[in-house]
Write a protein that binds this ligand. Structure first.
Ligand SMILES: [Zn+2]
Length: 204
């Protein structure tokens, strides 16, 4: 089954239902527009590959090597690769599953529009992706164990890094602070100042 627009092509090799992918298609279109993308040439459309469990594990192994944990059910390169909902439905509601895919879709949009290697400013990429994908986080129980510099320099090693990212994304994108800059990674010093302050306010 394939869902195709001017921007992306969702290729679903498992029998996941329309009810799952129609909202995904709408939300992906809205996100692409946010990045200023309303149309891509046919051979450059963003591919969202939905694979069965075994083919997905194979792709994941090729991408991450042996380090890939079982919690990873989607990842992105120049396209999105995700495990079918059928294979993860015990762990995710349909809405949560769509958000995981949208998060990876945002990473592809970030790469297309900025061309900044993803290993730079990871905190900024992840903050925007978590917020724009509509992922939420409970931060009430968090303890301040890690200084901001570590979050900035070694994001993935930070405990609860995605909860932190969501909080930073909210600070960057929900108010009058420069949402446009955060989306385009165009004013990293300013975004960092906003995030450092938002991070500090988490533990007040
Ligand atoms: Zn991410």
């Amino acid at each position: 089954m394939t869902y195709e627009t001017d921007v992306y092509r969702i290729i679903c090799r498992e029998e996941d239902t329309d009810a799952l992918f129609c909202p995904l298609a709408t939300q992906a279109k809205r996100l692409a527009l946010l990045f200023g993308i309303s149309r891509l040439p046919s051979d450059c459309k963003i591919r969202i590959d939905i694979l069965g469990q075994k083919p997905f594990e194979r792709e994941k192994g090729l991408h991450f090597g042996k380090s890939a944990g079982p919690e990873i059910v989607a990842f992105s390169t120049e396209h999105v690769c995700a495990m079918s909902y059928r294979a993860v439905r015990g762990r995710y509601t349909p809405e949560e599953y769509r958000r995981v895919i949208l998060h990876e879709f945002v990473h592809v949009l970030q790469w297309i529009t900025t061309r900044i290697p993803p290993d730079q400013n990871i905190w900024l990429y992840e903050a925007a992706a978590c917020y724009l994908a509509g992922q939420t986080a409970d931060i009430s129980h968090m303890e301040h164990t890690v200084p901001w510099d570590m979050v900035r320099q070694n994001f993935y090693a930070t405990p609860e890094c995605y909860s932190i990212a969501y909080h930073l994304g909210t600070a960057l994108l929900s108010g009058c602070v420069p949402g446009e800059a955060a989306i385009r990674c165009s004013d990293v010093p300013h975004c960092e100042a906003v995030c450092a302050e938002a991070y500090a306010s988490l533990f007040k």
